[in-house]
Write a protein that binds this ligand. Structure first.
Ligand SMILES: Nc1ncnc2c1ncn2[C@@H]1O[C@H](COP(=O)(O)OP(=O)(O)OP(=O)(O)O)[C@@H](O)[C@H]1O
Ligand SMILES: [Mg+2]
Length: 210
């Protein structure tokens, strides 16, 4: 089982959007996926409850459930959505389980500031120093026509961790969140551009899978 942790302490940075879409992509590739929701607000769990039954199945898990239940699903992938403000021992504990850490970052000074602090913090973790966790940055809600998109790129490219994808700002993600869907569940006519943008991310994930 590979564990993908989606984290950024900044609220609204795009964690749940990234985690749900990633879980959906994996499920669509006939992989067994458990979406673990560490956020007490349970956004990912509620998204799964809205998911129409005919779409690729994703199992749900929260810290209130028995850990044994994850094993029973025998998943290829465990995707963990984390809450805003994750820090200290909870962050350390979540990082201990992770093979891959994905960090969504939106183009705003507040988000970039929070990301800087977060990366400064986890860089000190032994597992990160030893390179045991693959860390990928994802530029989220990008509007390439804006100045702030360029600033975000410059900011993210300065880290030693790869910038693995740019996902555009689009209502497609908002509608998917509402409907329990992912961009991969939509017809080509609505989401082709987004599939294209996800390709470098899914390729990177596949390369990290050990
Ligand atoms: N690429 C995008 N384009 C447009 N809207 C987006 C995009 N990504 C996320 N959103 C929207 O932005 C809002 C915040 O995203 P999301 O809930 O994924 O962030 P989060 O990091 O999980 O937030 P929280 O810290 O509160 O858990 C949501 O309404 C979501 O639908
Ligand atoms: Mg969330």
């Amino acid at each position: 089982m590979q564990t993908i942790l989606v984290a950024n302490p900044k609220g609204g940075s795009g964690k749940t959007t990234l985690a749900t879409n990633l879980a959906g992509w994996l499920a669509g590739r006939k992989q067994r996926v458990v979406l673990a929701d560490f956020d007490p607000l349970r956004s990912a769990t509620e998204w799964l409850a809205r998911r129409p039954p005919l779409f690729p199945a994703i199992a749900s898990w929260t810290p209130n459930d028995d850990r044994q239940e994850i094993k029973e699903h025998n998943p290829h992938w465990l995707v963990i959505d984390t809450p805003a403000g994750l820090h200290g021992e909870s962050l350390r504990d979540a990082m201990r389980r992770a093979d891959i850490l994905l960090l969504p970052v939106s183009p705003s000074a507040f988000d970039m500031g929070a990301t800087q602090h977060f990366l400064d913090q986890i860089r000190e973790y032994k597992a990160v120093k030893k390179g045991e966790i693959a860390i990928g940055l994802v530029a989220m809600r990008v509007d390439p026509r804006t100045h702030s998109a360029g600033e975000l790129d410059e900011f993210l490219n300065a880290f030693e961790f790869p910038l693995v994808a740019h996902l555009r700002a689009t209502q497609v993600y908002v509608h998917c969140a509402r409907d329990g869907l992912t961009v991969f569940d939509l017809p080509r006519s609505r989401a082709e551009q987004d599939w294209e943008q996800w390709r470098p991310l899914t390729r990177w994930i596949a390369r990290q899978a050990r």
